[in-house]
Design a protein around this ligand. Sequence first.
Ligand SMILES: [Zn+2]
Length: 77
Amino acid sequence: MKYLCPNCRRVLYNRRLKNCGFCGAAIPEELRFTPQEIAVLDRERAVIEEFRQRRVIAEEAADGEFHDPKITPLFNL
Ligand SMILES: [Zn+2]
C-alpha cells in the first residue's frame, strides 16, 4: 500500500513527517506512523546497527580471514 499526500498526491517517502516533503501540506494522522510504530522502527534499526558493528568487530578480530561461507551469511543483514 502506498501512502499519498492528500494535497499533491505524491508518495509520502517519510511517514514520520507532519507535513508533505513536496508541497508542505499537513499530513493526516492516519497516514503517519504512530509514536509506537516509530519506536518499533527505531528498535529494529538499533538491532541492525548492532549486528553491523559486531560483524565489523568479527572481521577485524579475524584479521581479514573471516570468509567461511557457512558463517558469514548469519551476519549479512
Ligand atoms: Zn504534498
